[in-house]
Design a binder for this molecule. Sequence first.
Ligand SMILES: [Mn+2]
Length: 233
Amino acid sequence: MHLQPDHHHPINQAFISFISQQALQADSVYILGDLFETWVGDDLSIPLYHTEINALKKLTDSGTKLYIGYGNRDFLMRQAFWQASGAEFIEDETLAQIQGVDCLLLHGDSLCTDDKDYQRMRDWFRKPWVQWLFLHLPKKTRLNIAQKLRQQSGKQAQHKQADIMDVSNQAIEDLCARHPQVVHIIHGHTHRPAHHCFMLNGMQKQRWVLGDWRPETQIIKIINQHISLIKLD
Ligand SMILES: [Mn+2]
């Protein structure tokens, strides 16, 4: 969703409205990464997103379970965030049975293997010592680095071919080989909301892609063994 550090932003408003209304009716809510535009450490980012985090806390206090995974922009949430939001961390490639539907949940960036530059950068940022080092830099330096990275990724996205930034078939096949039983794969990241059905080794698979709520606010709803990609009012 790439929430902005401004709670008046239309995306933030839509998110807060969803979390404080429809989400209350759910047993559980799963957010599969890149909820925030950037996360440069709990100390800096919690105050920037306090309105949204308070909404999450109200939701979890009401009894709805909330699970959040890391994206490629927000992977530095630590203890203070989990405490403030009441959310529980889920790993990339988590298997979950939701309302009788077995799902494989992931952010989706790991599937964009045709984009070699991106994958190299991803490997680098996933190293624990790099993250540790970053989180121990002065506040101003962290904000500057985050801003530079955002500008860079925006520039690169303009020059890259669109299909390079989509998931690769090989990566989907490898993912299915790691989780042979799974039928429903749910991810985001590519900003191409869709429902893909395909056959792999004689088995029917379904890949559900979440969008970024620009312009349509879509969610995946799972109830009574039925899964669907729906548009919110
Ligand atoms: Mn992403």
